[in-house]
Design a binder for this molecule. Structure first.
Ligand code: FES
Length: 135
């Protein structure tokens, strides 16, 4: 028996750029499972090349505020990436690392700012956890 509710949102985050090593078409949709601190989950879909934050916002994921719209100035798009997917995304750059110091919930080793993670086909089915608050 599931321990949490799952809601599916058919969001359609826009594409800003394709990954150079992306072997799939830009129109391919992938699904991300966002798990809130209270264990509720929301499935959101979006296109390759969008950011994790864009999929969350367009999919109505409550736990992502993204106040700066992806300009890397707010740290309100904080997520926790599972270790299994950590190797599938580039490491955070110095600017993201410095902004992670300003998250409302203290950062963990697997903390990332979702506006800095571009979606690739390898991330289809990714589950990310959300902090209890972004403020
Ligand atoms: Fe503001 Fe990610 S949306 S830092």
């Amino acid at each position: 028996m599931p321990t949490h509710q799952t809601k599916t949102n058919g969001s359609d985050a826009s594409i800003s750029a394709a990954s150079d090593n992306n072997l799939f078409t830009m129109s391919q949709k992938i699904t991300i499972n966002f798990i809130a601190a209270d264990s509720r989950s929301v499935l959101a879909t979006g296109k390759i090349g969008a950011t994790l934050m864009e999929i969350a916002v367009s999919g109505g994921v409550d736990g992502i505020a993204a106040d700066c719209g992806g300009l890397l100035t707010c740290a309100t798009c904080h997520v926790f990436l599972p270790e299994a997917f950590a190797a599938q995304v580039p490491l955070p750059d110095a600017e993201e690392l410095s902004m992670l110091a300003f998250t409302a919930v203290p950062q963990k080793p697997n903390s990332r700012l979702s506006c800095q993670i571009k979606l690739t086909a390898a991330l289809d089915g990714l589950t990310v956890e959300l902090p209890a608050t972004q403020y």
